[in-house]
Design a protein around this ligand. Structure first.
Ligand code: NAD
Length: 404
């Protein structure tokens, strides 16, 4: 069965979801409060690059997807707006979800279903969203969290398993038929609170495991051991799978969602809090490594240091909460200014010292700190082989490279 679906919030999650729903035959209207974004989408300009999104976008335009700044009447609303956390209280800041749901409630007809895809902390729907529905109105709520990762969004939209949290079986089945029109993975039905908790738990699990690898890095540095060799050998154990250390954790999910549990359960979320602190300390650890390497090489001029990569992961353009941006904040605290930055995927200038050209970046840098393992740097080994390199991602296959 085909439905009229209004996707509210057209960012990294909402836009691909709207496109794939349209591609699957539903009548789709994408709504975003950002008028400039809506205009760009109407004028055939995609807001971010992602494997496979261009084809999907062109097909959706042909199938008459519409982009609007206001919500419109529909059978089902999918809400994919940001859910940042309040940095002081360490709790979810639900204001975007509240405002988006409110604008749906203002115009929707009775019998509509609102599926919240935004990541929310356990209990958010009961505490902040349910009370928005006026007494006597028949509007169904549900939570359908998203698991995709930038860089593989379209593929994972189709292949990942999905969770649908709903109050009623018939609503869950309706949503299952919609998500099942493009999702080939298992679709699991549960209640709303379990769906909320599951999503946050998944990202917290990742954060804790990354923190373990990062803590090992610090221990091995002090013990003068090669952490990569230690992990490589330990992972031969049939039940051990230690992740790869790195310069920190960024992105809109793993570095944010664990705080929801810390904020809601402050006395209980102890490992979770420790993991957050370890991962947040890594950009500072990279700086300490840099200062040691500079001293070792009699280099004292920060303007001859280049940080490669501004995004939070390789081969994407998403810079949110990225370790390099966290590192820049640390540098400012240490009153260290003048370093060079470069990222092939970040086309707009977002930080001081950002070179827009790879050649210039290389020319200006005696030391290159590889913060992100974009394919470009792995394919440019010849061009950087005479530099002093600190490789925080363990991807540069040259002798005499410094590691974390
Ligand atoms: N990006 C990811 O990899 C990822 C993965 C899984 C889950 N999530 C979750 O999905 C949600 C959305 O994330 P995103 O990365 O797509 O965010 P985003 O910032 O890329 O996009 C959100 C969009 O919502 C719009 N918006 C905000 N308030 C609105 C309102 N009231 N009405 C209409 N539009 C509104 C913004 O203008 C923006 O375009 C978040 O809760 C996030 O945690 C993100």
């Amino acid at each position: 069965m085909k439905y009229r679906i209004n996707v509210v919030g057209l960012g990294y999650i909402g836009l691909p979801t709207a496109l794939i729903l349209c591609d699957s035959g539903h009548e789709v209207i994408g709504t975003d409060c950002n008028a400039q974004l809506v205009n760009e989408l109407r004028e055939n300009q995609k807001s971010f690059s992602e494997d496979g999104i261009g084809e999907l976008y062109n097909r959706a335009l042909n199938k008459s997807i519409r982009f609007e700044t206001e919500c419109v009447d529909a059978d089902v609303y999918i809400v994919a707006v940001p859910t940042p956390y309040d940095e002081v209280q360490k709790k979810i800041d639900p204001r975007y979800v509240i405002s988006a749901v409110q604008s749906v409630i203002d115009i929707c007809h009775d019998g509509s279903v609102i599926a919240i895809e935004s990541t929310i902390s356990p209990g958010t729907i009961d505490k902040h969203i349910r009370p928005l529905i006026p007494a006597g109105r028949d509007i169904e709520l549900s939570h359908v969290p998203e698991r995709i990762i930038p860089g593989r969004i379209i593929r994972e939209l189709r292949s990942n398993s999905r969770t649908i949290g709903a109050d009623r079986e018939d609503i869950a089945q309706k949503l299952k038929s919609i998500y099942g029109s493009f999702c080939e993975g298992e679709i699991v039905i549960t209640d709303i609170r379990t769906a909320e908790m599951t999503k946050v738990v998944e990202n917290t699990y990742r954060d804790i495991n990354i923190a373990f690898a990062n803590e090992l890095t610090k221990i091995c540095r002090q013990a003068d051991l090669d952490v990569y060799e230690v992990i490589r050998i330990a992972n031969k154990h049939p039940r051990v799978n230690i992740l790869t250390p790195g310069p920190g954790v960024g992105g809109h999910c793993i570095s944010v969602d664990p705080w929801f549990l810390v904020g809601e359960y402050p006395g209980l979320a102890n490992i979770i809090l420790a993991a957050r602190k370890i991962n947040d300390s890594m950009p500072e650890f990279v700086l300490e490594r840099l200062y040691t390497v500079m001293k070792e090489n009699d280099l004292f001029d920060i303007s001859r240091v280049g940080f490669y990569g501004l995004t939070y992961k390789e081969n994407v353009d998403d810079v949110r909460e990225s370790p390099t941006l966290q590192l820049i904040t640390s540098m400012k605290r240490h009153i260290a200014f003048g370093a060079n930055f470069y990222d092939p995927y970040v086309k707009k200038k977002i930080v001081d010292g950002q070179m827009m050209d790879f050649d210039e970046f290389i020319d200006r840098s005696d030391i290159i700190v590889v913060m992100v393992a974009h394919d470009q740097i792995k394919e440019s080994i010849d061009r950087i082989k005479d530099k002093i390199i600190i490789d925080t991602r363990n991807v540069i296959s040259l002798d005499n490279v410094y590691h974390l």
